[in-house]
Design a protein around this ligand. Structure first.
Ligand SMILES: C[S@@+](CC[C@H](N)C(=O)[O-])C[C@H]1O[C@@H](n2cnc3c(N)ncnc32)[C@H](O)[C@@H]1O
Length: 232
C-alpha cells in the first residue's frame, strides 16, 4: 500500500455492504445541494480524493468537463475504473495515489471532493499542502465528515470511536486553517432492515452495533455531517 494510506476496513473488507451505505446516504439530496451552494462544478475539472469504488464519480461527470478519482487501494481503484466503463462515463478516469502525493500537476483542478476522508484532519497536514498545489486559483475544496456533536448517528459515532478528537477539536483544526463549516442533516434511508443492520455492523464493533440496533427501530437514521469548504 502507498505510504500515507489510512486503513479503511469498512470499504476495503466489506465493499458490497459499503455500496449499500453509499446508496442509503443523503436520500433527499441535502448534502449535494449544500455542496452545490458552495461551488458549481459545471464545465470544470473535479478531483474526487479517496474515491473508493468511485460511487460519486458518475454524478460529478454528469456536468463536469473532466473528473479524476484518486484512490490508494489498487483493488478499489480497479472497481472505480470498472464502474466508469460499465456506465460508459467517458469524461472521468481513476488514478492510484494518495492525498499526500496527489498524482496530478500543479494548478490542474477546480473542485476537490473528499468524502469520509479519514486521511484529512489532525496529523494529515501534508495532504492539505497538496491541495494548495493542485487546486487552481478560484477553485474550491469540499471535505465531508461525520458530525459527532449531534444527531442519532453522531451519538453512535462518539460511542464507537471514543478515541477520536472531540468534535470541538476537529472544528478548531479546520476553522483556524480558513475552512468554512456547513452543518448538513444528510440522513440515512435504507431499502430494508437487513441492509441497515449490515451497514451498522461494518461501521461499529459487535458490542456497539448490538446496542444501537437494539435501541433503534425502522429504516431511517438521523445522521448529521460536516461539510467543510475552502476557496483557493
Ligand atoms: C471510507 S472510504 C470513502 C470512499 C469514498 N470517498 C466514498 O464516499 O465512497 C475512505 C477512502 O479513503 C481511501 N484512503 C485512505 N488513505 C488515503 C490517503 N492517504 N489518501 C487518499 N485516500 C485515502 C481509502 O482507501 C478509502 O477508499
Amino acid at each position: 500500500m502507498k505510504p500515507g494510506t489510512i486503513p479503511s476496513p469498512n470499504i476495503w473488507h466489506h465493499t458490497a455492504t459499503y455500496e449499500l451505505e453509499n446508496r442509503a446516504a443523503d436520500p433527499d439530496g441535502r448534502l449535494w445541494a449544500a455542496m452545490q451552494a458552495r461551488t458549481d462544478w459545471t464545465g470544470r475539472t473535479v478531483l474526487d480524493l479517496g474515491c473508493g469504488t468511485g460511487f460519486h464519480l458518475p454524478a460529478f461527470a454528469g456536468t463536469a468537463a473532466h473528473v479524476i478519482g484518486v484512490e490508494p487501494h489498487a483493488g478499489l481503484a480497479k472497481l472505480a475504473a470498472r464502474r466508469l466503463r460499465t456506465r460508459r462515463v467517458a469524461n472521468a478516469e481513476v488514478r492510484e495515489g494518495t492525498a499526500q502525493a496527489i498524482p496530478l500537476p500543479d494548478a490542474s483542478v477546480d473542485v476537490v471532493h473528499a468524502r469520509w476522508a479519514y486521511f484529512f484532519g489532525r496529523g494529515c497536514e501534508p495532504g492539505l499542502v497538496e491541495l494548495d498545489r493542485v487546486v487552481r486559483r478560484g477553485g474550491t475544496a469540499l471535505v465531508i465528515d461525520n458530525d459527532g456533536s449531534r444527531s442519532t448517528f453522531g451519538g453512535w459515532f462518539r460511542r464507537g470511536y471514543p478515541h477520536l478528537d472531540p468534535p470541538e477539536e476537529t472544528e478548531r483544526f479546520w476553522s483556524v486553517r480558513g475552512w468554512t463549516l456547513d452543518r448538513v442533516d444528510m440522513g440515512w434511508r435504507f431499502a430494508s432492515r437487513a441492509d441497515l443492520e449490515a451497514v451498522v455492523r461494518i461501521e461499529f464493533t459487535r458490542e456497539v452495533a448490538d446496542q444501537v440496533l437494539d435501541e433503534h427501530r425502522g429504516l431511517e437514521v438521523d445522521y448529521a455531517v460536516n461539510l467543510w469548504s475552502k476557496r483557493f
